[in-house]
Design a protein around this ligand. Structure first.
Ligand code: PXL
Length: 433
């Protein structure tokens, strides 16, 4: 997934486009950037702003749009009217999610939009927004109206919605002691509360809009995306780091599940003659959170590990819910054996089965030709049925489960383990790495 952030450069990397690249990267999306202005700032003070010229802004946009498929755009700092109009011209006909994050003032006091640009900001950018994400100050500034009660909050959100954006998310409201609330106005109204973390940070506004964009670009609803963004932002504030001498900078620690799966995928692709082990339907490799409730808790490859001559290549990104079959197999296995959280599928070969058995691995199987019709006809149910059947009498988790195929169904082996490294370890005992 390719996401574009249009905004200002913050050399402290706490906010602006640098922060957005970090967020997109953390979420396994590819971050593209178009810089509208260069700022001089650190965690204590705000220095200068130098907007870019019209032609270089247009040139950046032209070069990205002529090359990349872009799945969502976030607009942050825009600074002046002429830049606003160029952005509008380029984006006005797009149908992908566009989040406009009104960036007016920095934590350290920098004014990030010229006074003379406010009218055009409202006239051009708000109407092209799928969602606009102001904080309380920004919402009051745009609407020209104060928020001091739930009633006035709703009124302010409605005033902004009338300016053109389909949805409005007013973030970080302090409506209740010790809590912060996000208010979401779509065709209905929602309040999302979270306990307040007492810290003045740099970056949370950018984290919110960038993570919300990711969720929307994945096709999630505004409400789901607002929840996702609230959690992402909360975690990034909780984890904020004192990098400079001033305010802390929001930060997300790398997901350990993602780190281990990524490195195991790399090890897998380096196994000698590995392409011989890849089935026609290609390979997926998954790693589950502890106690997964559904395949949405299981990280997998949104594409596959595919044959590429004698080598193999990973296509797509790691995403929770990215795999259906191997993730379902893991989910079923995990229900009976909670320590098993990772799996990978290989081409069925009798030689592989023989090697697994020779290495004292526990190998189970099921027969797809015995699958009841009612299950066969339901997409995704076969694997659930098969794995359950294979482990029905098991008291210790098998290392591998295979089936020899059925009419129109490719035979397959799934290797299971506690973690991706454990799966790789098993494969490396059977094949030379
Ligand atoms: O947090 C909003 C923001 C966005 N973009 C840039 C910034 C800031 C805040 O400092 O500097 C470039």
């Amino acid at each position: 997934m390719n996401l574009l952030s249009i905004g200002g450069s913050d050399p402290s990397s706490g906010a602006g486009i640098q922060s957005d690249v970090k967020t997109f990267d953390y979420l396994n999306a590819y971050g593209l950037t178009v810089i509208t202005a260069i700022t001089g700032q650190n965690t204590s003070n705000f220095g200068m702003i130098q907007p870019v010229s019209k032609i270089i802004l247009k040139n950046q946009l032209d070069f990205l749009f002529s090359d990349f498929i872009i799945h969502g755009i976030k607009i942050g700092m825009v600074y002046n009217s002429e830049l606003i109009k160029i952005i509008y011209d380029k984006l006005k006909t797009l149908t992908i999610p566009i989040i406009v994050d009104p960036v007016i003032k920095s934590t350290t006091g920098g004014i990030l939009i010229k006074k003379s640009a406010i009218t055009d900001f409202k006239k051009y950018l708000l109407p092209i927004a799928s969602v606009v994400t102001p904080n309380q100050f920004e919402a009051e500034f745009i609407s020209g109206s104060k928020i001091n009660s739930k009633k006035s909050l709703k009124r302010v959100a409605e005033i902004i919605q009338k300016m053109g954006p389909k949805n409005v998310a007013i973030t970080g409201l302090e409506l209740k002691k010790n809590y912060v609330t996000d208010f979401i106005l779509t065709d209905r109204q929602e309040f999302f509360e979270k306990r307040k973390i007492k810290s003045i940070n740099h970056g949370s506004g950018c984290n919110y809009s960038a993570s919300m964009l990711f969720s929307m670009a994945q096709g999630k609803s505004i409400i789901e995306s607002a929840k996702f963004a609230q959690k992402f932002t909360y975690d990034s504030i909780k984890n904020a780091q004192k990098v400079g001498k001033g305010v802390v900078i929001t930060h997300k620690n790398q997901d350990p599940i993602n780190l281990e799966l990524s490195s195991a995928i790399e090890k897998f692709t380096e196994i000698k003659k590995i392409s011989q082990l890849i089935p026609e339907c290609q390979t997926n490799f998954v790693f589950s959170k502890k106690y997964p409730k559904s395949i949405k808790d299981i990280l997998g490859i949104s594409g596959r590990i595919v044959k590429n001559g004698v080598n193999v290549t990973k296509i797509g990104n790691l995403e929770y819910g990215g795999s259906k079959h191997v993730a379902t197999a893991t989910l079923i296995m995990n229900k009976k054996f909670p320590s098993i959280r990772s799996a990978l599928n290989l081409k069925f070969q009798t030689d592989t089965i023989a090697r697994l058995k020779k290495n004292d691995f526990i190998v189970k199987s099921y027969d797809r030709t015995k699958e009841p019709k009612s299950i066969k006809n339901k997409e995704g149910f076969s694997i659930e049925w098969g794995i359950s059947k294979a482990i029905k009498d098991s008291t210790i988790p098998p290392d591998a489960i295979f089936h020899k195929g059925g009419f129109g169904k490719e035979a397959m082996i799934i290797i299971f383990g506690k973690s991706p490294n454990a799966v790789i370890e098993k494969i490396s005992r059977v094949f030379t790495i």
